[in-house]
Design a binder for this molecule. Structure first.
Ligand code: NAP
Length: 527
């Protein structure tokens, strides 16, 4: 989605021609009426209940009857919420239904609900709030719709998106060649329309072939409290229609990575902690699967994920040093990895937070209490009155403290990755938190893991089924990252790297050239 707001979100100078020529006065009137309606119906952002706008408020009804008219075809969920928001934004609404008698009661009483043919007469802007398969049933209105702006709000299903080559909006435009079709509001749910725009979902992508019509709809969206975003011509409608179908696309790979690591470490820990005691000692430790094994798995995933946030940066630096230039694209896999660091870091924080919560629950287990009692009995039987191993006490104190510190640092990283917080920091502050403090979190986590392991890596009994203790496996990638970072801090390397990042090139014959695929070039990040 292009970040530029739609051209013409400001009111146009009067005297324009074409469908948009009525827009300025239309919107000026609407704004005036919106202020009045807002005063009468309370804050615009407050949830709107259609009953609230019912005609008992006669002054509101009078204001709406004089307001600029907007038409809506269809009387479903979307049409009802749209009508409510339009009325509260100072517009007069006329709804076209096949059965107005049945549906009129569901709309604010100030909205006029009538037959389709009657409804499309007066308004210049008409929202088509019906599904694609019913567009053709509106063909009988072709004459009345001539010269009007049709706003296509529809969303295809995933299957429809694959099935049809043309977008819903292009299809509507092909059915009504005498109208101007604008795609808009499809990303806004009926609920959002009803409740009022909120920060997170205020953007309304708009596309269409006619600049004036797009400007009119942008101004309308603005008047309703939304933020129009120009997506270009109607050919972009397919892209706009695909927006609501997306399911966290930037999280797919990081989530799969986290899941893969979880499955690996969970299986590894189960073999060591459950299968080995059963096979070699005949003890059933299956009870460990739901909590204990999960709790030993989560920190492994969190720790490895955290190191995977910093590993691509190291690889990118090594590549730049090797090539002696920053003007060559990173391989695609590295570029994608660099772009997913935020999600990987947040998943690391999520696993670490779960590990902390699970750890707090450990003493609540009945198995823990039995173990404690059994230990006490054993102690009595062996006549050991005072059990205190100084080394273990120290190890545990340090281990826990480092874990809490690492979690605190990770929380800080997670908070600063929130757009609202990140936007309040300048680039240096953001990079200090994410890069420097992030590394501190990685070092603290490494120390936390090392104090957990202590001498266990050197005890033969810890190698169950000849498998090394899990913590030794988790240490591999983070230690490589920390070592690489230490190497990059060496003056000879850090000086050369900073020269490269300021544009210096080893080989003067290497010149900056755009890759053949310019779209790919735009996605390239430079570390
Ligand atoms: P809906 O509740 O099923 O309403 C569809 C309306 O279409 C019906 O109430 C009907 O009104 C009208 N219609 C006109 N000709 C029709 C015909 N031949 N057969 C059946 N119905 C006909 O659906 P909706 O949720 O309001 O969605 C309407 C459009 O908005 C869809 O294109 C949808 O993709 C889009 N949209 C919806 C949402 C949402 O949150 N609901 C969000 C974004 C976009 P009459 O019976 O009065 O004619």
């Amino acid at each position: 989605m292009r970040a530029t707001a739609a051209a013409g979100t400001e009111p146009r100078a009067p005297g324009g021609r074409g469908p948009g020529s009525w827009a300025p006065s239309f919107l000026r009137d609407a704004n005036r009426r919106r202020l009045r309606a807002t005063k009468m119906s309370g804050e615009m952002d407050k949830p709107l209940i259609s009953r609230h706008l019912v005609g008992s408020d006669s002054s509101l009804a009078e204001a709406c009857s004089k307001a600029p008219k907007v038409g809506i075809l269809g009387s479903g969920d979307f049409a009802r919420s749209l009508a409510t928001r339009l009325v509260s934004s100072g517009f007069s609404v006329v709804v076209g239904s096949r059965n107005p008698k049945r549906t009129a009661g569901l709309f604010p009483s100030v909205a006029q609900v009538t037959f389709q043919g009657e409804a499309v007469g007066p308004p210049q802007v008409i929202f088509v709030a019906v599904f694609r398969e019913h567009y053709s049933s509106l063909l009988c209105l072709s004459n009345e719709l001539t010269g009007k702006i049709l706003v296509d709000v529809s969303n295809p299903t995933e299957q429809e998106l694959l099935q049809h080559r043309e977008s819903n909006a292009e299809y509507l435009a092909s059915l009504f060649p005498t109208c101007t079709v604008v795609k808009a509001f499809n990303v806004i749910s009926a609920w959002t329309l009803q409740a009022g725009p909120r920060d997170g979902n205020r953007q309304v992508p708009i596309c269409g072939d006619q600049q004036e019509a797009k400007r009119t709809i942008s101004e309308l969206a603005h008047a309703m409290g939304f933020m129009p975003v120009d997506m270009g011509s109607l050919a972009s409608a397919r892209e706009v229609e695909a927006v609501p179908l997306r399911l966290l696309p930037s999280w797919k790979v990081p989530a799969l990575l986290a899941l893969g690591l979880f499955v690996f470490f969970y299986t590894y820990n189960s073999v060591r902690d459950v299968l080995q005691p059963y096979v070699q000692e005949g003890q059933s430790k299956l009870y460990k699967l739901p909590l204990s094994v999960v709790n030993t798995t989560l920190p492994c995933v969190a720790y490895v994920l955290l190191s995977l946030v910093y590993l691509p940066g190291m690889l990118a630096a090594a590549l730049q040093l090797w090539r002696g230039t920053k003007y060559r694209r990173f391989p695609d896999w590295l570029d994608h990895w660099l772009q997913h660091r935020k999600q990987i870091g947040l998943l690391s924080f999520f696993c670490a937070a779960l590990h902390a919560a699970y750890s707090v629950c450990l003493p609540l287990r009945v198995s823990y209490r039995y173990d404690l009692v059994n230990l006490a009995v054993k102690q009595v039987l062996t006549n050991k009155s005072h059990l205190w191993i100084e080394e273990n006490v120290w190890r545990m104190e340090i281990y826990l403290s480092l874990g809490v510190l690492a979690l605190g640092m990770l929380s800080l990283l997670a908070v600063t990755s929130l757009p609202s917080v990140a936007n309040s920091l300048n680039w240096r502050e953001f990079s200090f938190v994410q890069s420097t403090l992030g590394f501190v979190a990685l070092v603290l986590s490494t120390l936390h893991t090392l104090t957990y392991g202590w001498t266990r890596a050197f005890e033969e009994s810890r190698y169950k089924f000849y498998l090394p203790p899990t913590f030794t496996l988790t240490l591999l990638v983070p230690c490589v990252v920390i070592l690489a970072k230490a190497l990059l801090l060496l003056p000879c390397l850090s000086r050369r790297l900073s020269k490269i990042r300021r544009g210096w090139e080893k080989d003067s014959t290497v010149k900056f050239t755009l890759p053949m695929d310019h779209a790919l070039a735009q996605k390239t990040s430079h570390v």
